[in-house]
Design a protein around this ligand. Structure first.
Ligand code: SAM
Ligand code: SF4
Ligand code: SF4
Length: 347
């Protein structure tokens, strides 16, 4: 049986002991779609050579990594994608994929199933064809993505639908949830749309910005029981981001960051071994130790139990990972309101 690290507490053990457990690798930036909100500025790179990718996997394996997430760009544009996956699987690491699904056919999906890929994440923006295609700026993309989802289901491959929720699709995300529930598919929603990696903030124009929108997001996407479990008093001495202690992200040029949402560069894989970046980066050590008590205003704030602050988002949008934004406060207020609505039986 394959090991689910969350189930056995391995992930938490790695966080406590700063053991590298999760690697996210951007295999390319090249893409066959052109999504309106995409954070990738220039979708031109085919990524690192196969040899370099495999050597990174070797380095990650030597450090004890168990989970490898492959993302892009569109990873299925790489001719060597199945070789890379099979190499990772031969090392008994778990493979998570993030794709737009449009290049997947039954043959590839069967191969992914045979390789025991842990999860195929597919981005879906709406169950309404024209809204999805409007967001991807490619007519016909909805049909291909949907067909990949259905095919993966029938082939027994675990699918997770990934949906950034924006002003363009918020009114139809409830249907995504219903579709996923009906088919036994897990769905992950986010309502935070980031700037591009180079600071261009044009994707932010699709961000939900008002209380009504945030509440609609929560009501449409959140499972009540899971939400209730998330609400707990905040310990000001807890870390701002625990994943800095067990995860790392490498982009298609070999730059290393704590996470693909926390773009403070901590090294480059062409210049230094992963082991020394992970164990010796002074920037990473600082991020690993940052606490809520370091943020001005947290100790007086009444929203702690509802807060899902992301330091990476603050760093990208405001240039300081120790700054809490009005946007985060508004979202936390909405989470409090949503909590009250559940407790009062209003929803
Ligand atoms: C960059 S894509 C790469 C993988 C693949 N091409 C896909 O679309 O699933 C990874 C995920 O990031 C999401 N994403 C892209 N730009 C974003 C942004 N500015 N803010 C939040 N999520 C974004 C995409 O919708 C997708 O779910
Ligand atoms: S499919 Fe993914 S990488 Fe391509 S444009 Fe859309 S979000 Fe960006
Ligand atoms: S909403 Fe902001 S100030 Fe309040 S607890 Fe969260 S991060 Fe701190």
């Amino acid at each position: 049986m394959e090991c689910d690290s969350k189930l056995f507490g391995i992930s938490d053990y790695c966080i406590e002991n700063k053991i590298l457990h999760n690697l996210t690798l951007e295999l390319n930036t090249k893409c066959n779609l052109d999504c309106i909100h995409c954070y990738i500025p220039h979708k031109v790179s085919y990524g690192m050579s196969t040899e370099k990718v495999l050597s990174i996997i070797d380095e990650a394996d030597a450090l004890g990594v168990l989970n490898v997430t492959l993302t892009g760009g569109e990873i299925f544009l790489r001719d060597d994608i199945l070789d890379i996956i099979s190499y990772i699987r031969r090392k008994y690491m778990r493979v998570f994929l993030i794709s737009n699904g449009t290049l997947l056919d039954r043959d590839i999906i069967r191969q992914l199933r045979a390789l025991n890929v842990a999860e195929l994440g597919i981005s879906l923006y709406s169950t309404n064809e024209s809204i999805h295609d409007h967001i991807t700026r490619r007519t016909g993309s909805f049909r291909k993505t949907m067909s990949a989802i259905m095919c993966a289901l029938t082939e027994g491959l675990r699918v997770v639908v990934k949906t950034p929720v924006m002003t363009k699709n918020i009114h139809t995300v409830r249907e995504i949830r219903t579709f996923c529930n009906d088919h036994g598919i897990d769905a992950e929603f986010t309502c935070f749309i980031t700037s591009k990696n180079n600071g261009d903030n044009s994707p932010r124009r699709f961000q939900i910005t008002d209380k009504r929108g945030f509440l609609e997001f929560l009501v449409s996407t959140m499972d009540k029981q899971s939400f209730l479990k998330e609400v707990k008093p905040k310990n000001l001495e807890s870390n701002l981001c625990k994943y800095c202690k067990n995860s790392i992200y490498i982009d298609s040029e070999g730059n290393v960051f704590p996470c693909n949402s926390f773009l403070i560069k901590i090294g480059n894989i062409f210049e230094d071994p992963l082991k020394s970046i992970w164990e010796e980066s002074t920037i990473l050590k600082k991020l690993q130790e940052a606490k809520y008590s370091d943020i001005t205003g947290c100790s007086e704030c009444s929203l702690g139990s509802y807060c899902s602050f992301c330091p990476g988002f603050s760093y990208l949008e405001y240039g300081d990972y120790l700054v809490c934004s009005d946007e985060n406060k508004m979202y936390s207020e909405c989470r409090r309101e949503y909590h009250n609505m559940i407790l009062k039986g209003l929803i």
